[in-house]
Design a protein. Sequence first.
Length: 280
Amino acid sequence: MYSTEELANDFRTLGIRAGDTVMLHASVRAVGEVAGGPDQIHLALKSVLTSDGTLMMYASCPRYYDELGRGNLTMEQEREIREKLPVFDPLTARSDRDNGTLVEFLRTYPGSRVNSHVARFVFWGKQADHLMCSQPWNYALGPDSPLERFLMLDGKIVLLGSDHDAVTFLHYVEHIADIPGKRVARYQVPVMENGRRAWRAMEEFDTSGDGAHANWPDRFFAKIVDGLLIHTGNNGARVGNAVTYVLSARELLDFALPIMKAVAADPLAAESLQELNGKS
């Protein structure tokens, strides 16, 4: 069983410091048993960041809120969703379960803030107002998004026992990458307009399992992340039981952009990419 202070010391060992701006991806199960429950994980990280630091996580939205019109559902499913799905309420809607349980613990903890988009983030700390000040309705993970402001704050990405294929910041890289043939996903979201529920059209470079480009190989994000870890000799350390890595958002951008451009031009360019577990 790990205490809050033990977890905090582990974060310090990894190089997290007071005043940092951190985007966290986490597996509660990977950390192991924590005295006081899962909230102590984000509380431990906050204690290291102090009131001068900032923590953010990607929450997104519950199932179906960003699926109508993508082409993944039957006509009957779409008809039922259009009839029954309530308006998206960013203050009360649960986080996407695929993003892990810790983001929901953080979202519902006193002092946390959320932005109003279905591509929703949770924020805590000094830079929360700045990070959530705006987000475009279309291409919400690209320019003028919280991810771009996170980058400009020299943000650090913390992978706490999490799947390296689920690093949200790489969707920002996809959005700004100047490459032809990017897939555009279009769908509709239920929102409140003039006192009534309305279905507002939205589009983005595809962030679903299909990927933003036809040439993206399976687990492309994990291969990019692990490629950077290998290139920089980043061996990580443990927070509790969880193998954990800290990445510079700026370094990840600079590493990922040329790889994405090369693979978009020639899918064979991805053949040299490999995950840390040896999967090619």
